[in-house]
Every structure is written in structure tokens, then in C-alpha cells.
Design a protein around this ligand. Structure first.
Ligand code: ADP
Length: 491
């Protein structure tokens, strides 16, 4: 059995008091310090005799602290018998200070008279330092976050971040606009609701794959926009791993590739149409050729030769359209501009088409006087042939088309081609100059043949001349195409 005295001798209370990791001191109600431990003495830098009965509590704290001490601290102490965790700046002998937390309690005699106050002092310099560091890094993190948001709001793409389990926790401005959601709704944002149902599986399996292989996430899906329509997007994401190598976050983007996908689809469709359009005249040519070989009659032979010539012209026209189209795509369509007598070109084109299309009368209204413009004569000839071709092609029931040249204000020459055919619906008028665009869908078997490139090429040529081509039309009544070129002095 261990003796009680022995146990007590193990605890040297005086030593604990003197060398505790915190300061202890006692003072009288008027503040005079009557006792303090070695730890506090060391912190303050005083010798014991410089303080005991000489200094008051108020001598050991900063000015702000003194006001607080006199106005609140003492009153509170007297009232409740203790005051805890008060933050004071403690003033050392050398004038410097350190932050401390002071706990104090009162010592009263049996009648309740305040005799003295006992207090502990905890140096919180380190804690303050950590607090400041924490505050600084919080501020830095906030600034960094702002910068990230600023940059992502500048980008025309949708930018997002997600938690490791795939919950979206940040979207940039563009995303809020695209999906038409409020910033406050981000916690409820369910990305699957915005992915086209047919693309759900694709998206999920791409996600699973990148989780398994830690590879970048990349998938093409349709995302629902504010108008409720789906647009194709390329969704990419990179996993971000923390210092321990755990998946912490996903950083991702969605790039709108809708136009590119549509363009590719149109291109595929176009290749199909073009092949068909090229095959038809070749099949005819083969047939004419075989029939020509079989017949003995010179007259019949001549007839087939004539038909072959027309078909060959069509074929040549198709092929040169394709070549022009590729030149435009490559930015290689160039002009050989020279001073040109435009009435000469117009008359020539009118005669040419009159021979090819006996079905329509070509009414040309061309001023008598010679009018010169600066242009590429071959390209403008091509434009006129093309416009007249269309005028005839899209007016199967009419018997005439008009080609007009007229002087207009601003010393310009206006070139007009008018027909009295099927016309173009108002809402489609602005699209007829787009590449591949045809008012009547390819699926319609009654459609006139064509690649949907003619007006696109014409527009490019006219634009290259520094002008613009316009179309006016009324459904069932006919269409008018026109553009202007500045007149050159004739001498
Ligand atoms: P294509 O004639 O080969 O289809 P174009 O680029 O020349 O291609 O014309 C585009 C579309 O514009 C045509 O498919 C047609 O629907 C419409 N279009 C062009 N010219 C006329 C016209 N004179 N009258 C009615 N529609 C026209």
C-alpha cells in the first residue's frame, strides 16, 4: 500500500505554480500586484522586486486594455466573481507587447468583502499568428476564386467544376444563361436533366470509363438550352487529385459544336446529292452513245449528238460549280478585273441561253449606249448564266424571263434577272445564298436538279466585286435577283 504522504510528496505544488506554462498572478482590488509566478516574470522581463507591491495590473496592459479594465472588467468581476478569456495586450518591461488571454476570479472574506483577484495569463502570440496566417490564406483563396470566376466568365464555353462523385458545384455565367437557371439553384442542378435522353448512356459510360482508368473525360452529347432545344456539345473534364492522391474535383468544359456537327451532316448529304447529280448525266451519255452506235440514220445520230452536247454542258456546269465551291472554301477564288462593256456580255448570255432553252423567251432590256464597269468578265458571265438558268429552271410554267441592265443613282449599273415562276417563301429568302441550301428538300422527287451551290458561288463572286446581291420574291408569282456595279467613264 502506497502511503498518502508519499503520493502528496510527488506533487510539488509550488514548483507547478512557479514553472507552469502559463502566467499566474494575484492583485489587490486597487490593482497592486502582490504575487506572480516565474513564468510571467520571465515573459514580462522584470525582476520580482520591480513588480511586487510596486506595479499595478493597469501598468502591465495596453492603454485600450486599461479603459476596458476600469469600465467593465472590475465591475463584472465584482458582480459575478470571475471573468474568463479576456484578450489583453500585455506590456513588457522593454515596452513591447504580446497578446494574452486572462482568466480571473475573486477572493472574498466571509462577509463578502473583495480581498484580492487571482488571474492566469496564457500567451496567445502563436495562436494570433496562426489566425492571421489563416485569414491571409483565406483572403488569398478568395482572390484566387474571384480570378478563376472572372476568367471563366470571359470564355465563350460552359465551364463547370464537380465534386468527386460528380455533383456540379460551380458553373460560369455562360452556363447559367445557356441552361436558364438561377445561381441559387446550383445545389439542385441535375446535369442528367439537361442531357438528351438518347445520350444518357453514352455520357454515363464515358464517365465510368474515365473513373476507372483515371483518363480525361470526353464525350459528345446534346444539351438542352434555355429555349428547350438540344445542341451538340463536346464535354471534356480533367480530374484533380489532392496531395494524398485522392480524386478531389473535376474541372470541365462544354464547347458548343452544334454548327460543326450540322455542317458535317450537310456535307455528307451533299456528297450523296453531288454523286447522284453527276451520275445522272453520265448514265444519259452512255445511253446516247449506245443508241448512236446502233442507228444507221445520220439524222438520228445527229439528234443524239445534240442531246449529248446539252448533257455534257450540264456535266461541265456541275463540275465547274464543284471546282468553284472548293476554290471558295480554300479562299482561292480570285478575279481578273478589267474594264468591261457589260452590255456586250449581257447580249452574249441572252443569245446563248435562247439557244439552250427554247422553252423560254429571254427578254433583254439593255441600254443602247456603251456602259463600262470594272469586273472579271468571265465571272460576271458565269453569274448571269447562273441566274438565268435558275430563273428558267424555277419557272417551268412560264414562257419568259427578263434580263435588264439599267443605270441607277450613284452612277451605278444595276443588273437584274427576273422570272415569273414558283417564287421563294419569305422566311426562306435569306437562306437561299447559304451553301447547300435548297428551298425544296432533296427528299422531294419533283425537285429540279441542282447542288444548292449556285447562289452561294454567285454571292461570293459579287461580294468579291465589292457589291452585294439581293433577292426579292413572291410565292407563286416569281423572283427578282439584282446587284449593282459602279460605272466606269468610257474614255
Ligand atoms: P440549286 O439551283 O442548285 O438548288 P442555287 O444555289 O442556285 O442551287 O439555289 C438555291 C435554292 O434557291 C434553289 O434550290 C431554289 O430552291 C431557290 N431558288 C434559286 N433561284 C430561284 C428562282 N429564280 N426561283 C425560285 N427559287 C429559286
Amino acid at each position: 500500500l502506497v502511503k498518502q504522504e508519499f503520493l502528496e510528496s510527488l506533487v510539488d505544488v509550488e514548483d507547478l505554480y512557479q514553472n507552469a506554462p502559463c502566467g499566474y498572478f494575484s492583485f489587490l482590488p486597487d490593482g497592486t500586484v502582490i504575487k506572480l509566478n516565474r513564468t510571467l516574470l520571465r515573459w514580462l522581463g522584470y525582476a520580482e522586486e520591480e513588480i511586487l507591491n510596486r506595479k499595478k495590473f493597469s501598468d502591465l496592459i495596453s492603454k485600450g486594455g486599461i479603459i476596458y479594465y476600469e469600465m467593465f472588467y472590475l465591475a463584472l468581476l465584482k458582480m459575478q466573481g470571475y471573468v474568463n478569456e479576456v484578450n489583453y495586450e500585455i506590456r513588457k518591461k522593454d515596452g513591447t507587447t504580446f497578446p494574452a488571454l486572462i482568466n480571473s476570479s475573486t477572493l472574498k472574506d466571509p462577509s463578502g468583502e473583495l480581498l484580492a483577484i487571482n488571474a492566469t495569463v496564457v500567451d496567445i502570440t502563436d495562436r494570433k499568428k496562426y489566425e492571421t496566417e489563416l485569414l491571409t490564406s483565406a483572403r488569398l483563396a478568395e482572390a484566387e476564386k474571384k480570378r478563376f470566376e472572372f476568367v471563366t466568365d470571359l470564355i465563350p464555353q460552359i465551364i463547370w467544376t464537380a465534386t468527386a462523385d460528380g455533383r456540379i458545384d460551380y458553373l460560369n455565367l455562360r452556363a447559367y444563361k445557356y441552361f436558364n437557371i438561377e445561381k441559387s439553384a446550383i445545389s439542385d442542378f441535375d446535369v442528367l436533366q439537361y442531357i438528351h435522353p438518347d445520350d444518357h448512356r453514352k455520357a454515363m459510360s464515358a464517365w465510368a470509363k474515365s473513373l476507372k482508368s483515371t483518363a480525361d473525360f470526353q464525350v459528345q452529347v446534346r444539351l438542352k438550352n434555355a429555349a428547350g432545344e438540344y445542341e451538340w456539345h463536346l464535354v471534356r473534364a480533367l480530374p484533380y487529385y489532392d496531395d494524398q492522391g485522392n480524386l478531389a474535383k473535376w474541372y470541365g468544359s462544354c464547347t458548343n459544336i452544334h454548327q460543326n456537327i450540322l455542317e458535317l451532316q450537310r456535307k455528307d448529304e451533299f456528297i450523296q446529292i453531288a454523286s447522284h447529280e453527276l451520275k445522272t448525266p453520265i448514265t444519259s451519255l452512255k445511253a446516247y452513245n449506245q443508241l448512236q452506235m446502233r442507228t444507221e440514220s445520220i439524222e438520228t445520230m445527229k439528234g443524239f449528238a445534240q442531246k449529248s452536247a446539252t448533257t455534257l454542258n450540264n456535266l461541265q456546269f456541275l463540275i465547274s460549280s464543284l471546282l468553284d465551291f472548293s476554290k471558295i472554301s480554300l479562299g482561292k477564288l480570285s478575279l481578273d478585273v478589267e474594264k468591261t462593256l457589260l452590255s456586250g456580255i449581257a447580249n452574249h448570255v441572252a443569245e446563248l441561253l435562247a439557244v439552250s432553252y427554247p422553252s423560254h423567251k429571254i427578254i433583254s432590256e439593255i441600254p443602247e449606249e456603251d456602259t463600262f464597269v470594272m469586273c472579271d468578265p468571265h465571272r460576271i458571265t458565269q453569274v448571269l448564266i447562273n441566274l438565268l438558268n435558275n430563273a428558267i429552271k424555277y419557272s417551268p410554267k412560264a414562257d419568259k424571263v427578263c434580263l435588264r441592265l439599267k443605270k441607277i443613282a450613284g452612277n451605278c449599273l444595276r443588273i437584274e434577272v427576273e422570272d415569273f415562276g414558283i417564287g421563294i417563301p419569305k422566311e426562306k429568302l435569306e437562306r437561299i445564298f447559304d451553301k447547300y441550301y435548297r428551298v425544296i428538300e432533296t427528299k422531294d422527287n419533283n425537285r429540279a436538279s441542282g447542288l444548292g451551290l449556285g447562289l452561294y458561288i454567285i454571292q461570293n463572286i459579287v461580294t468579291k466585286h465589292g457589291s452585294r446581291i439581293y433577292a426579292e420574291s413572291e410565292l407563286g408569282k416569281g423572283s427578282l435577283f439584282y446587284f449593282d456595279l459602279p460605272i466606269e467613264p468610257s474614255n
